[in-house]
Design a protein around this ligand. Sequence first.
Ligand SMILES: [Zn+2]
Length: 159
Amino acid sequence: MIDQLPPHQREVIAAAQAAQPVRLGDIARAFGISVKASTLPAGISGEIRPSGGAFEIKVNRHDSRGRQRFTVAHELAHFLLHRDQIGSGVSDDALYRSSLSDAREAEANRLAADILMPRESVRAAFAESVGSFEERLQFLADHFGVSEAAMAIRLEQVS
Ligand SMILES: [Zn+2]
């Protein structure tokens, strides 16, 4: 999905990916987006809406850190891919369903995974990891700051 973004956006993302966990805050700042951990309505993981000429992301503060990071990346993906469809705002439930189409949601999930878990970095980290598969999975999830569930899906995609 990153390949489909304009060069300026790809450069911002690549710079944030120089270290892991990927610096999501740098990406948000580069695009003038504020990110706040907030109390959201039950069942809502995150949202993005216009705010003062820019955009604001809110993430459910009761979710785990890894989950919150995926949500922020997902909302950033909506900004990067679907800015013209955000309208007065998009709210994502726990399964990342919103007023946008399932196809748009799948795109946002793919770009979020590309941002948080860069393919080559995942391959390299996995090659360096030791122990049982479960131990290696846990190491990678910590390394990339994501849930083990998200990491397991990504590992299947890149291996
Ligand atoms: Zn979404």
